[in-house]
Structures are given as C-alpha cells and as structure tokens.
Design a protein. Structure first.
Length: 177
C-alpha cells in the first residue's frame, strides 16, 4: 500500500509533542502554494498575514475564525474574535516547503508533493506544550485543512466552530492521556 491509499484525515503524533496531519488536495502545486503563502488566500482558511518570502523574515498571523464559514457556528466564550501571533520563516523552498516558528516555542512546516493532478500536503507542528494544546492544535489544523480542501475543490464545510468543537472531542479520545 502506498501513502495515499492509507491517508487519514486525522492528525497523528509522530513524537510526544509533534503532530503530523496530511491532506490530498486538488492541484496544481502552485495554486496550493499560493493558499499557503498569500495573505488574502490564506485568510480564507487559516489566518491573514503578509510574508516576505525569505528565510529569517518575521511576520504576524491574524486569525478571525468567525469569518471562515457562513455561518461560523457558536464560538466558545473563552475564545476571542481575533488572535494574533508573531512568527518567523525558518525554511523556504518554493513551492515545496515552508516552515516557520509558531509563537515563541513551536514550529510548523508545510510540505507539498505532486501526486498526479493532486497535491499531498503534509503539516508538521512541533513542540506542542502539553496534551490540552495537542487536542486543540489537532482539532484546529484538522478543521482549517478541511476548509482549505473545500475551498480548493469548490465546496463547503460545516460551520467552523461547530466542526472544531466536535473534532476537539474526537482528538481528546485519540490522543493518549
């Protein structure tokens, strides 16, 4: 069996503090790359923030999850309407790899590989602080990538917050205690 035949929508722990999640997305690769790197496209599925496409460049990501789906669903009371995070590009090999810091302690990488007309996206999120954050990060990446896949395919997803809350419960069951 090849990697694509066993592709699972759920993230998996590859190390105690590292989550890996994959999606097979409609290509071509340059189109998917633009959704990772261009602020106006990235804000439709994750967060806005202009990036200077150069290793070492700082940037800020701004999440407005209420704007990702219509309707947005019921945002949990302890979550703000907007969240900002400072990051820095650590690796860049267009259109195949983008890695950056995740706040002060974590790191995220996106790798793209052509798979016929599709593109295999692999997201690896390293140095996640604890189990509670592993659950939140897993559910977050899962829901954000579902939105990206739907955008690229011309479809829709369930409301962001409803999907995230459901996935948070599922990741709580999947991630060891």
């Amino acid at each position: 069996m090849n990697e694509l035949a066993t592709l699972d929508a759920y993230g998996v722990l590859t190390e105690p503090a590292t989550l890996k999640i994959q999606r097979l997305l409609p290509g071509p690769i340059d189109r998917v790359w633009r959704y990772l790197t261009e602020s106006d496209l990235r804000r439709q599925w994750l967060a806005s923030g202009k990036m200077e496409m150069k290793a070492g460049s700082p940037f800020e990501l701004t999440w407005k999850n209420d704007e990702l789906t219509t309707p947005p669903g019921a945002r949990p009371a302890d979550f703000p309407e907007e969240h900002r995070m400072q990051s820095r590009i650590t690796e860049l090999n267009a259109p195949h790899k983008l890695a950056f810091t995740w706040g002060e302690h974590g790191e995220v990488s996106f790798e793209l590989k052509e798979a016929g007309r599709d593109v295999l996206l692999t997201v690896v999120h390293k140095r996640i602080s604890d189990r509670k954050n592993l659950i939140m990060v897993g559910a977050g990446w899962h829901m954000h990538l579902d939105i990206l896949a739907a955008l690229l395919a011309g479809g829709t997803t369930e409301p962001f917050w409803d999907g995230w809350l459901k996935l948070r419960g599922e990741y709580d069951q999947r991630i060891p205690g």
